[in-house]
Design a protein around this ligand. Sequence first.
Ligand SMILES: [Zn+2]
Ligand SMILES: [Zn+2]
Length: 146
Amino acid sequence: MTGDMSITKKVAASLRVGNGKCPSGHSLMTDDHHFSGERAVVAQASIAGRKALIYINPFYGRHEYKCELALKEGDVVDLTCPTCGASLSIDIVCKLCNVPMFAVHLPDGGQVEACPTIGCQNHALKIVDLDAQLARMYVDETKVQM
Ligand SMILES: [Zn+2]
Ligand SMILES: [Zn+2]
């Protein structure tokens, strides 16, 4: 329904990863770099044997990062936890470029999934209690419209 779509967009625009973790529970948030004043998500990026930390904009839907590696469009970076080295990639394959996506785990059991291909805009958000939030907003919105 079109009503549902606009609500989803509104929610997504303001969502930020505030407490992202690796699969083993290490924090992926860093004070070393900020986007819009907020802590960046950090991961170890590697590509063709080169490695560096990558800082990712924590706001959902922003495809912005900072990395010392010279990355170009189409490069696929391998992302791991800077603390334990666990791979952040998941079984879900990006529908746009066919490589495994990576995930940042959220404290409520949800996760933010994104494509590790530079230039790919694929991003997905799975928040366990998002349905509840949307249901609440939908009720509010319906009231306003009526
Ligand atoms: Zn870890
Ligand atoms: Zn992709």
